[in-house]
Design a protein around this ligand. Structure first.
Ligand code: SAH
Length: 255
């Protein structure tokens, strides 16, 4: 029997070394094996003797099982994800694999190391749009039916949440984002602030602040996080600078 291994499920943040936590760096440095989706792994410098298990965007459950098998064989594995590993990412795939997999996997030393998620990074760039109640919805219908996405968008709009949209567009389903915006436009004020935050923390970062009526959903790609304001979300215009966007901490009720 091999010595016990371990699995660390590590978030790298949205981009940039400054947004990688010291704990994440430590888990990566201590790992005998790094696993993850290729673009995430490419962000990490090569270390001598450390093995790399690179995978494509496909089967996340298989990627999770591979990491568990390595840990079961006594390896110390860091499985890396962009952003936070628990938000639309690998951590849930690992626990799903443990839940459905070999009983022995429950004994593996597993820990999750949080990261800054895309919506936090995007929010921080422009002000405080997540200052009051908000929700996060993935627009990808790979893992759920589209009618459920529409139902959640409609209910989030009617509950007046600020809405963070992950996975807004994919090459396979280019029309979904247009459908989502048509739905939101039918339910929310035309003047609602909308933020397209692309590649936050990376060299090609680009952020635009528009209104729901003026938004061009075609601008969103797979590296874009969209924040759709609530009826309370507002802009602070500035001369010669982009406006601040924030959602007040509370709703003013008449006394
Ligand atoms: N675990 C990641 C999310 C993975 S889902 C996290 O916590 O951030 C992938 C989606 O996240 C992308 O389609 C995009 O909507 C968003 N995203 C990830 N990194 C981003 C970045 N640097 N800038 C803007 N959006 C990003």
């Amino acid at each position: 029997m091999s010595a016990p291994g371990s699995l660390r499920i590590v978030g790298l943040g949205p981009g940039g070394d400054a947004w990688i936590t010291p704990e994440a760096s430590q888990f990566i440095a201590n790992a005998t094996d790094l696993a993850g989706y290729a673009p995430s792994l490419e962000r990490l410098p090569h270390k001598q003797g450390q093995r790399r298990h690179q995978s494509g965007n496909g089967d996340e459950l298989e990627r999770a099982r591979h990491a568990l098998r390595l840990a079961g064989d006594g390896r110390h594995v860091a499985l890396v994800s962009g952003g936070d590993p628990g938000i639309f990412a690998m951590a849930a795939a690992v626990f799903e694999a443990i839940d459905e997999g070999e009983p022995g996997w429950r004994d593996i030393d597993v820990a999750v190391s949080p990261g800054i998620t895309a919506m936090q990074a995007a929010a921080a760039r422009i002000g405080a749009p997540l200052g009051h109640d908000f929700c996060a919805i993935s627009l990808s219908d790979n893992l759920k039916p589209w009618h459920l996405v529409e139902k959640r968008l409609a209910l989030a709009a009617s509950a007046d949440f600020v809405i963070a949209l992950y996975n807004p567009a994919s090459a396979a389903r280019p029309d979904r984002i247009h459908d989502a915006f048509a739905l939101l436009r039918s339910l929310k004020l035309a003047s609602t602030p909308v933020v397209f935050a692309r590649a936050v923390g990376r060299e090609d970062e680009h952020i635009s602040i528009v209104t729901l009526a003026g938004a061009d959903p075609g601008l969103a790609d797979m590296s874009t996080l969209i924040i759709v304001g609530s009826s309370e979300t507002r802009l602070i215009p500035r001369v010669g600078a982009t406006p601040f966007v924030y959602t007040p901490r509370g709703i003013k009720v008449p006394r």
